[in-house]
Design a protein around this ligand. Sequence first.
Ligand code: ASP
Ligand code: MG
Length: 401
Amino acid sequence: MALIVQKFGGSSVRDDERIFNVARIITETRKKGNDVVAVVSAQGDTTDDLEAAAARINPNASKREMDMLLSAGEQMSAALLAMAIESLGYPVVSLLGWQVGVKTDSNYRNARIKSISSERINAELARKNIVIVAGFQGINKYDDISTLGRGGSDTSAVALAAALRADKCQIYTDVDGVYTADPRIVKGAKKLEEITYDEMLELATLGAQVLQNRSVEMGKKYGIPIEVLSSLEDKPGTIVKEVVKVEKMLIRGVARDNDVSRLSIIGIKDTPGMAFKIFSALARKRVNVDIILQSVGRDGTKDITFTVPKSQSKDAIEVLHEMLPSLNAMNVICDDHVSKVSIVGAGMETHPGVASKMFEALYEADINIQMISTSEIKISVLIDMDDADKAVQVVHDAFIK
Ligand code: ASP
Ligand code: MG
C-alpha cells in the first residue's frame, strides 16, 4: 500500500461534472489499496473573480484581507469535492491549511511554507479517511491565513508529499504533460516522458505555465518526483525528477516569453563604475534584470542594453531617466515589442554546436537576433515579437524531430 498525494487544478474541478470526475480518480486510487491525500485549487476562475471583487471594493486592500478572501476559493472546492466522495460511499474529510499545520512566513499573498506537521493527516489516514486539503493556503505566526502566490496549490501538494514522505506526487491538470514546445503554437511538439527539475525550472520561468516554480524547487530540494498528468484522459504524463533517461534529444524544450521589454541607455560615459551605478539603482527599485549587453566603447561612450519584465519597464525607465545626467548619457530607449525565445536542455553543456544550430535556423527563417544569452542548460535570443511564433517553430524543427 502506497501513500499518494494528488493535486487537482482549478480547471479540473471547475464544475459539478468535473468534481465528480476528480472524485472518481481519487476513489479509484483508493480502491487499489492506496492512501490518498488530495490537494485542490479553487474552482475555475474563482481566484481571479475574488481578486476582481476586491479591486472593486478597495483597490488598496491590505494583503492580509486579500489572503482572507482568496483562501476562500479553496475552502469551497475542498468541501464540494469531499461531498462528492461521500456520495460515492467513501470515508473522507476535508481540511484547511491551518488544520494540517501548514506554517508559513508572514509574507501575505506570496508566503513561503516553513513547516508542515503530519499529525492530523496521519490520524485521518489511520481512520481510513481520504483526506482532501485546501491548497494555496497556510497560517503564519500571527495565526492569520496566508496564501502561497498564484498557482500555489502545486507547492502545497509537493510540500505535503515531502512532509508525509509520500510514495508519489501527482499533479493533475488540463494538459496531459510537459511538451517540447507549446502544442498550440508548434506543429510536431512532443510530450516528454521525463524532464529534470532544472530543465523544468527553466521552462517554467520561460512561460511554460504547467507547474508553479516553487513546487519544482521544492521537489528538487526534497527529491520528490512530480508527475504531471491530465485529469481528463487516463494516460501517462510527464515525470519531473533529478536524472532522466538519456534520450537522443539534446534539447528538452523550446519556449517563448512575450513578457519582456528591452531598454537601452545610449551614450554612457565610458568609465569604470557605470554598470554598477545603473544596476544597483535598478536593484534598489526591485527591478528584475535579465539579459544584459554592453557595447564596446567608441569615442569615449558606450551603450548598455538589457531586458526586464514588461510590468517593470515603467519603473526602470523612471530610474534611468533620473540617472541620465550622472551617467553623462544621452537617452533611454524602450522597446516592448520583443520576445525571448529559448532552448533548454541539460545535454547541451557537453555538446558543441548547439548555439550555432539555433542561430542557423533563425537565419534561414530570416529572423534577426537582437540579443543573446547563454547558461549551462539554456540559450536565449531576443527577437521581434512578430517573429516569435515562427522562431519557436523553426528552432523546434531544427532540434526535435
Ligand atoms: N487558486 C489559486 C490560483 O488560482 C491557487 C492555484 O490554483 O494553485 O492561483
Ligand atoms: Mg489556478
